[in-house]
Design a protein around this ligand. Structure first.
Ligand code: ZN
Length: 281
């Protein structure tokens, strides 16, 4: 049985799918995927026990709309996997939705043309959903490979409450109004942190790496040296006391500190290398 989620404000009936053979191991996720034809994507653990992980390293992740994943390991190395591609997919999708809804609104409900636009709306939705999932899988894979190379045993992720991070209150209000006026409430989701988290969790678990969530409040604002709080502007976080760090890596480093010491404090190592990756590279 596959849940079909909520569509136009109504919960859709779940559908039942029959499969010849379910792959061995524990099924982690089943997705119905449309790519010119309907397909079923099954992700599963192929071993009943996660791989033994003798490593001791810790890495912290700061998720964001622009950087996707910014991470730092206690080896002093950092990783940024950008998610610009995802933003462009979302932007295009929203533009397309807007056009289609506008066109449909000029047609009589239930008419041939109205139905045509309704189908086009559904197509646009499923196509961009697939693109989004693909990018998120790639982002999570990049992190997992890097973390494994850093000898990580535990990964800490800043708990993004809700998913409207990096969105100002005014902007949120504007978005809500826009959504309401277009009846798109269910159509435009915010940045899919939850999905990225799910992909990370099972991909890391397969390597014996635990993923723990931690409160991330003030991790982007607080200077770990003097404790002053300020909103970073630009790519770098600069503090009056002289502390400076790449803004996203700075956030991840503070998350790591909070996990290790229960507070944001200056760690005894500096970030010595930042690796930049795109989901596709
Ligand atoms: Zn400072």
């Amino acid at each position: 049985m596959l849940s079909m989620g909520i569509h136009n404000g109504k919960r859709e009936k779940p559908i039942t799918v029959h499969i010849h053979r379910i792959p061995p191991g524990k099924v982690k996720e089943i997705e119905l995927v449309w790519d010119r034809k309907l397909m079923l994507a099954i992700s599963c653990d192929d071993s009943t026990h996660p791989r033994e992980n003798p490593n001791q390293g810790i890495a912290a992740i700061d998720m964001g709309e622009i950087h996707g994943i910014a991470a730092v390991a206690d080896t002093g190395e950092a990783l940024i996997v950008t998610s610009r591609k995802l933003r462009s997919v979302k932007r295009l999708r929203n533009k397309k939705f807007k056009e289609l809804y506008k066109k449909r609104s000029r047609c009589k409900k239930g008419s041939r043309k109205w139905k045509k636009y309704t189908r086009a709306i559904a197509r646009t939705g499923s196509k961009t959903d697939n693109q989004q999932r693909d990018i998120l899988h790639k982002i999570s894979r990049k992190f997992v490979a890097w973390a494994s190379g850093q000898g990580v045993n535990t990964a800490i992720v800043g708990d993004v409450e809700g998913v409207q991070r990096n969105t100002s209150r005014r902007k949120k209000k504007n978005i809500k109004q826009k959504l309401r006026s277009h009846g798109l409430n269910q159509k435009i989701s915010q940045w899919p942190f939850g999905l990225l988290l799910a992909y990370l969790t099972y991909k890391l678990a397969a390597l014996g790496i635990d993923l723990l969530k931690i409160d991330e409040s003030y991790t982007t604002q607080t200077c770990p040296v003097c404790g002053r709080k300020k909103k970073p502007s630009g790519r770098m976080y600069h503090c009056h006391c002289g502390y400076t760090c790449h803004r996203d890596v700075h956030g991840a480093r503070n998350i790591l500190s909070r996990h290790k010491h229960g507070e944001i404090r200056n760690l005894d190592w500096k970030v010595n290398k930042i690796k930049y990756l795109r989901p596709a590279s």
